[in-house]
Design a protein around this ligand. Structure first.
Ligand code: NAD
Length: 362
């Protein structure tokens, strides 16, 4: 079972191909497209150990030259030092403007590779082969690239679209369980903020999804990519609409930062979605049944829904105020109105935010 959708961005449009054995056809596909004469596969050391040889083999079988270039796994590598080191390696090995990069890995690898591709020799093509659920349903599509600096996450970056995205659902078998569940928080985000039917489908198919049954996993990834593509097509540079994808992320980022980035991103987003749903109820924007449904689905997938008791509430507030998505000092929240429909607003009273950050919900 293989499925393809298109991200429609005029001459920068690209396909997303999803299936259980997609990695095996990346080489022949790129050869048919004639994208480059040589490929630099960029991967973290963990994913490279699992899939590097396989992808190299796939390229070689298609008669394509490739190098595998790795960096240490984890968010700590997402910085300008890694970009400089990878660029030096590419230059030493003679990569030029006729060559292309392949991001083989999770969101960290995708963000690093996309950024590197956008600046190396003033821009060379790249493709995404995402291997974490988060990267498959979210970060590999849409063209946001970037690295972190000590002052904040993703503060240096570009908008730079890949030429294709190849999603092999089979690689999820080796993804650590918590990383999979963290990715499910992003999946639930799409249902809660954009598509109520999908939200209900996620509840109905929970067991099959948690068992990685490909008859559910592939349509699930496809639906998420369709929604991401539709939003990106309308608002590539996050002028407005794309901000709905930040549902749960405003408070989620603050929770993540206050944890010293020890909490998995998706777990922080799950807490953020629950908190913002409670905020919507307090503000009279949504009925209590909306917050309850979101909490229940998150819990059905084993995700946390409360801010841990030992969190410093004051630092949470500070992080919320300094989130880079504040505009003119105002914090914008994406509040659910109903399942599948959200409202973006900065008209939220501090007292309500404080109550939610104080975990006044049970
Ligand atoms: P990650 O890339 O660090 O991957 C998580 C862990 O899983 C890593 O240890 C990785 O080695 C491992 N891994 C990945 N695939 C695996 C597999 N198939 N089998 C075994 N292990 C595997 O992190 P992530 O959660 O994928 O992505 C988080 C990053 O994505 C953050 O830096 C975030 O800022 C970024 N992000 C970007 C966008 C965007 O639009 N560009 C959107 C959301 C998040």
């Amino acid at each position: 079972m293989e499925q393809a959708i298109q991200v429609g961005l005029g001459e920068r449009s690209y396909p997303i191909i999803i299936g259980a054995e997609v990695m095996g056809r990346v080489g022949s596909d790129l050869r048919a497209r004639g994208l480059a004469k040589r490929y630099g596969i960029i991967s973290d050391d963990r994913v490279a150990g699992l899939y590097g040889d396989r992808l190299r083999q796939v390229f070689r079988q298609s008669g394509l030259a490739c190098d595998l270039i790795t960096f240490p796994q984890g968010e700590a590598s997402k910085n300008l030092r890694t970009i400089a080191a990878l660029a030096s390696t590419l230059a030493e090995r003679g990569f030029d403007r006729k060559d292309a990069l392949v991001a083989l890995g999770g969101g960290v690898t995708g963000d690093i590779t996309g950024f590197l591709a956008s600046v190396y020799m003033r821009g060379i093509p790249f493709v995404q082969v995402p291997t974490s659920l988060l990267a498959q349903v979210d970060s590999s599509v849409g063209g946001k690239t970037g690295v972190d600096i000590p002052q904040g996450k993703n503060l240096i970056g570009t908008f730079y679209q890949p030429r294709a995205v190849y999603i092999d659902s089979g690689v999820l078998q080796t993804l650590p369980r918590d990383e999979f569940l963290g990715g499910m928080a992003e999946v639930i985000k799409y249902g809660a903020s954009i598509d109520a039917d999908f939200f209900a489908w996620l509840a109905e198919n929970r067991d099959a999804i948690l068992a990685l049954d490909s008859s559910c996993i592939i349509p699930m990834i496809r639906r998420c990519c369709e929604m991401k593509a539709a939003v990106v097509e309308q608002d590539e540079r996050e002028g407005g609409l794309r901000r709905i994808l930040n549902f749960g992320h405003t408070i989620g980022h603050a929770v993540e930062a206050a944890s010293g980035y020890t909490l998995i991103h998706g777990f922080a987003v799950a807490i953020g979605m629950r908190a913002v749903a409670e905020l919507a109820v307090r503000c009279g924007v949504a009925g209590p049944e909306v917050a309850l449904a979101i909490k229940r689905l998150l819990e059905a997938y084993g995700l946390p829904t409360s801010i841990p008791d030992d969190f410093d509430r004051q630092s949470l507030r500070t992080y919320l105020q300094t989130d880079k998505k504040t505009v003119g000092g105002r914090v914008f929240f994406v509040l659910p109105e109903q399942l599948g429909r959200v409202r973006i607003t900065d008209q939220v009273a501090d007292v309500d935010v404080d109550a939610v950050l104080g975990n006044v919900f049970s």
